[in-house]
Design a protein around this ligand. Sequence first.
Ligand SMILES: [Zn+2]
Length: 96
Amino acid sequence: MERNPHCKTSCPTQDHTNEADCWRENMPMFVGVSPTKYGWDQTKVKKDERELASYYGAIRQGIEPRSTQQKDIDAAVKLSNDAGKAFDGTTLKFKD
Ligand SMILES: [Zn+2]
């Protein structure tokens, strides 16, 4: 496959028209973080960092939220607490 100058070498598709798109698509943890021409949107980054912290906190307990969004994390943690089992958002089932 031809190397795209906007893409990282590790990018599997090599079809991005700018570097930010390539980063976003290859690093799902940064979804929703939009670089502006003045740099990264710090408000958004801070919010995402907080979400990521609760996301990884849930993961450590065996819970798998459907996404890194706070509402999905909260839902997965609540379901897990209610059921007394870790909730797996990818299969929508509880782990035994
Ligand atoms: Zn790319």
